[in-house]
Design a protein around this ligand. Structure first.
Ligand SMILES: C[S@@+](CC[C@H](N)C(=O)[O-])C[C@H]1O[C@@H](n2cnc3c(N)ncnc32)[C@H](O)[C@@H]1O
Length: 278
């Protein structure tokens, strides 16, 4: 049986919606475009064309995976973040749009070198290096699997010569270098909030989501040690949870940071904290 692209998208979106997936329309269109190997808006432009039998079978298989709540990025194998496409697997956090704000904030001032703590796919660090062609970077993560994905992303973006990617428990394997910029989007979800997360988010590495304590451990650990790895007046920029602004500001104050600023995301929630070393 043959079907037009438009009807296949419509039927798939309805199935996804009945299964409780909020982004049903978008997901059906994006997943169809991956089968057709076109950019998503083109799938709509050719909605009247018929799918081949092979395309219809492939699309049905993909929709079945999505109905089992496999994240779109895991089905596609990538996520578009800031200005580039990053390989994403279940070993790394799926880069979030709000994290792009951290990249934007970091780019507001110049820097010569940057350390990314908990680099995951490498999306923050590699976005910065791609934009600043004279900058060197170090990315660490305590997941060896994540570091190997970050290395693949560095290679795809031709940034290998300017980046060092190491397995490290925060600063334990960073070396002796001092940085003028440190960035981090650490695991900050309070364990009590895990039950509120969608089935898709719960398929991401637990190590990337929570410290299994109070969601603040990484901020404390990083703030306590960061100044030893920073030049005077260097910047530290964190992504934080929407309700963590006051606590993270206090942690940074206790560790002697200056010019502490909390910045909102596009929903108006606290999302980024920026400060300077003494
Ligand atoms: C929220 S994810 C952020 C990933 C990526 N930077 C992003 O923004 O998409 C946090 C990352 O911190 C890493 N991580 C957790 N605990 C760590 C530790 N003790 N030392 C180093 N990295 C850690 C996790 O493996 C995960 O990749």
């Amino acid at each position: 049986m043959t079907k037009t692209i438009g009807i296949a998208i419509f039927e798939a979106a309805r199935q996804l919606s009945i299964a409780g997936i909020d982004s049903s329309q978008l997901d059906a269109r994006v997943l169809m475009s991956s089968v057709l190997k076109v950019v998503p808006y083109q799938a709509s432009l050719i909605a009247d064309k018929c799918l081949t039998k092979a395309q219809l079978e492939e699309f049905s298989k993909i929709i079945q995976r999505r109905l089992r709540r496999v994240p779109v990025s895991h089905i596609l194998g990538y996520r578009d973040f800031f200005e580039h496409r990053f390989i994403v697997t279940p070993d790394v956090l799926d880069p979030r749009p709000e994290t792009e704000l951290l990249v934007v904030e970091a780019l507001k001032e110049s820097f010569q070198n940057v350390l990314d703590l908990g680099t995951g796919s490498g999306c923050i660090l590699l976005s910065l290096l791609a934009k600043k062609t004279n900058v060197q970077g170090v990315g660490i993560d305590n997941s060896a699997a994540a570091i190997s994905i970050a290395r693949r992303n560095a290679k795809n973006l031709h940034l290998e010569s300017r980046v060092r990617l190491n397995v490290s428990d925060w600063f334990s394997n960073v070396g002796k270098q001092k940085f003028d910029l440190i960035v981090s989007n650490p695991p900050y979800i309070h364990p009590n909030q895990l039950e509120l997360l969608s089935p898709e988010v719960l398929q991401e590495p637990m190590l990337a989501l929570t410290d299994n304590e109070d969601g603040l451990n990484a901020f404390k650990e990083i703030a306590t040690n960061a100044q030893k790895f920073m030049v005077a007046g260097g910047r530290l920029i964190f992504e934080i949870g929407f309700d963590q602004g006051p606590e993270v500001v206090e942690i940074l104050n206790i560790s002697g940071f200056q010019d502490i600023r909390v910045l909102p995301d596009l929903n108006g929630s606290d999302r980024i904290v920026s400060c300077c070393s003494k």
